[in-house]
Ligand binder design. Structure first.
Ligand code: TRP
Length: 313
């Protein structure tokens, strides 16, 4: 059943033999009997919930787990089944914590497949990301839904992490941008951060940037979500001057992404013109100077953004 995986392992011809081999042996899911035990429980359905959990725990341990998952008979089908079986609980929103946990363990395995260079393309060709839409488009603020959105975004985040144009091109043919924008409006700070990370990766790609700037509608939706985030962040900053420390790190992280997204938008001439009028005031008046105090890169990025749009006036 797994012979194909073994044969599929790339041989590195001129690598230093001994250390490479030791390293490979240690990090191979292929050699872990327990993995097969859990895979078989997963596929036969005898102890599926536990199998999802245990396989998820092995995720960090092995570089080749993605290959084993993808090539083992029935595994991807089971993961898909797990996902689809949750759809009925989304609308009306009646997802319990345990159902959410279970599907999130399945999503963690998908994330593993999405991260691996050898399975990423196959994962895209099979249109796996589309099955996450129903999760990403939920609007409930319940914990079980927040967790589901965050974990689903994690799968997309894993796809875009390595700057492959192939991934961006795929995402541009989907509705992922509006889904991320919605999450940036309604979700928890953590989900917002992953969503804006994905948006930023799309913007950084030339085709991604022109995709977003081709219509005023698209540009405007993106710009107005970013501007709402700035409003919120500047409110937090004001609150924090009375109660410092609290969550200033995560605000800083979010702000960093927002600044980079604006900056990248300003690389497009049309967008630059529009930003000259609509860039939110807090970015111009030093509201965030204390948050950005130690972040030289973001400060520089903000300065560049302001200089870009000032050239327009
Ligand atoms: N189908 C919409 C479009 O192509 C998708 C969309 C909605 C969108 N809002 C967006 C795309 C904002 C980019 C940015 O316009």
């Amino acid at each position: 059943m797994y012979a194909a995986v073994a044969k599929g392992q790339p041989q590195v011809p001129h690598a230093p033999q001994v250390p490479q081999e030791q390293n490979n042996q240690k990090n191979r899911a292929l050699n872990d009997e327990q993995i097969y035990q859990w895979l078989s429980e997963l596929v036969r359905g005898t102890n599926r919930e536990r199998a999802l959990l245990e396989l998820g725990k092995k995720r960090e341990q092995y570089d080749d787990l993605a290959l084993v998952l993808w090539n083992s008979f029935g595994v991807m089908t089971v993961l898909l089944e797990e996902i689809v079986s949750v759809y009925p609980f989304l609308n009306p929103p009646v997802l319990t914590a345990s159902v959410s946990n279970r599907v999130c363990n399945a999503l963690a395995l998908l994330q593993c497949v999405a991260s691996n260079v050898q399975t990423r393309g196959l994962f895209l060709s099979a249109n796996f990301p589309l099955y996450l839409y129903p999760f990403l488009s939920t609007n409930s603020r319940q914990r079980s839904f927040e967790y589901l959105r965050l974990t689903s975004l994690g799968v997309i985040g894993a796809l875009v992490k390595n700057d492959t144009p192939e991934v961006i091109n795929f995402l541009l043919t989907t509705e992922i941008v509006p889904l991320c924008l919605n999450i940036m409006e309604i979700s928890s700070e953590l989900s917002k951060t992953v969503a804006i990370f994905i948006l930023q990766k799309i913007l950084l790609d030339d085709q991604g940037l022109s995709y977003i700037c081709t219509t005023y509608e698209r540009f405007h939706t993106v710009a107005s979500v970013l501007s709402k985030m700035i409003d919120q962040l500047s409110l937090n900053t004001n609150v924090q001057s009375q109660a410092p420390q609290q969550s200033s790190n995560s605000s800083g992280r979010l702000l960093k992404h927002v600044v980079r997204c604006y900056m990248r938008l300003s690389d497009n001439l049309e967008a630059r013109k529009a930003l000259a009028t609509i860039l939110p005031e807090p970015l111009r008046d030093g509201t965030f100077s204390s948050i950005l105090q130690d972040d030289v890169a973001t400060k520089r990025c903000l300065a560049q953004l302001l200089s870009n749009i000032n050239d327009q006036r």
